[in-house]
Each structure stands twice: as C-alpha cells, then as structure tokens.
Design a protein around this ligand. Sequence first.
Ligand code: SAM
Length: 228
Amino acid sequence: MHRVKVTSLTRIMPLSVGESQHLRVLRLRPGATLRVFDGQGAEADATLIRLDEGGAMLELGEAVQNNRETPQPITLAVALLKGDKLSDVVRAGTELGVTTFQLLQTRHADVPEIGEQKLVRLRRIAAEASKQSRRAVTPEVLAPVPLTRLTLVGQGFLAHPGSTARLTETLDWQTAVTLVSGPEGGFSDAEVAALTALGFTAITLGPRILRAETAPLALLGAIAASGV
Ligand code: SAM
C-alpha cells in the first residue's frame, strides 16, 4: 500500500502538489486505499476520493496502530564523516530504529563542519528511509555540536576499541539510550574522559577495528537483532 507523509491528519484532507503529482504518476484512481502518516507517530488508512489537475483529496479512516518503533528512543551521536558516509549511516540507522541523529564535531573528525545543504539532504534521506521501512516516526537529524556539548538522553554508551563492557549485557531495554560512535581517527583520550565524565560507558564492538561508518550500524544491529 502506498504511504504518504502529511503534516497533520484530518478526516478530509488535500495532499501537497508534489504528493498529488506522485499519485498521478502511480496512476491511482479514486477509491484507491493509501496509508498516511505524520512522522510523529500518527497513522491512518485513507481512501483517494479525488485526483485531478486541482490535486488529490483523501478521506481518512480509523487511526492505525504502528508498532514498528523500539520501546526506548535511540539517539545516535555520530562524528562528522567525509563523502557520503553520513548519508549511509542515516539511511541504515533509520531502518534500524534511530529516533534522533546528533552529528558530532570531534578532535579527529574527518571534516570540521557540514553545510546547510548537506544537513537538508540528510533530513530528506531520513524521511525517505522512514517511509521505506514503514516507520511511524521520521528521525530528527540535529546540526553538529562539539562533543563536550553532547546531551546524554537516558543511558549512554560510547563505542571505543579496547573497552571491555558489552552493550547487550549492560543495556536496560526499556530506557532511552544515547549511542556514540567516533570518526575514522577515533576519539582522543581527553574526549573519552569527557564522555565518561558525562556518564557514558565505553563499550567494545569486538576485537576487530570497524570503519567509522560500520561501527554505528554494529551498535544499532545489536539492538535490532534482539527483535525490539
Ligand atoms: N584508531 C582508531 C581508534 O583506535 O579509536 C580507530 C577508530 S574506528 C576506525 C572509528 C570508530 O568506530 C571508533 O572511534 C569507535 O567509535 C568505533 N569502533 C570501531 N571499531 C570498534 C571496536 N572494535 N570497538 C568499539 N568501537 C569501535
């Protein structure tokens, strides 16, 4: 069933010019059923009641329960990476259940900053991946902050090679979690100390050194593989 993102759900609602055009390309006819969602958790089935040059009009049915969110909100704080690596992390991270991406400026980050255009692109990728993976929620992608200004939401874990603690043995599965993953050059000792002082626990992802774009997905995969 085709999924349409809308800003809010009302019983009779018009669609945007872009979405209306998309439905025309799909050659949908009045009577077709769709699923609408607002990216904040509200979702409903809808019937297409009009589609013409003036746009599309939908009639919404009962709200639908979407159980695809993890029991605990997941923030992934990821160091700025070069090229398209952040796009890959945001796309796959959305599929794996991240609710908030916090971009991080770190001492050895691949790049010191990212431009507004790239941020907009990452947000679009999160919206598309959320739609594709049939999530009710579109993750936020927050502008970069220095590592020392990172907010710990719930329990915090920092992936750092050589650590001994393991995520799946330490995680409380019902409490919000903030996961931190570093740049290709790793975290400096001072950064590890700063995060530890903020309340983050350093954890291992095994004896192999993972690339900076692989490590966040290993963190999230450990949670996803538990089936939540
Ligand atoms: N030479 C760097 C170091 O020793 O930290 C390697 C950095 S690694 C390429 C990039 C990031 O991925 C690290 O900062 C860490 O967050 C994560 N990472 C990679 N392999 C890991 C492992 N085996 N255990 C924990 N974290 C790992």
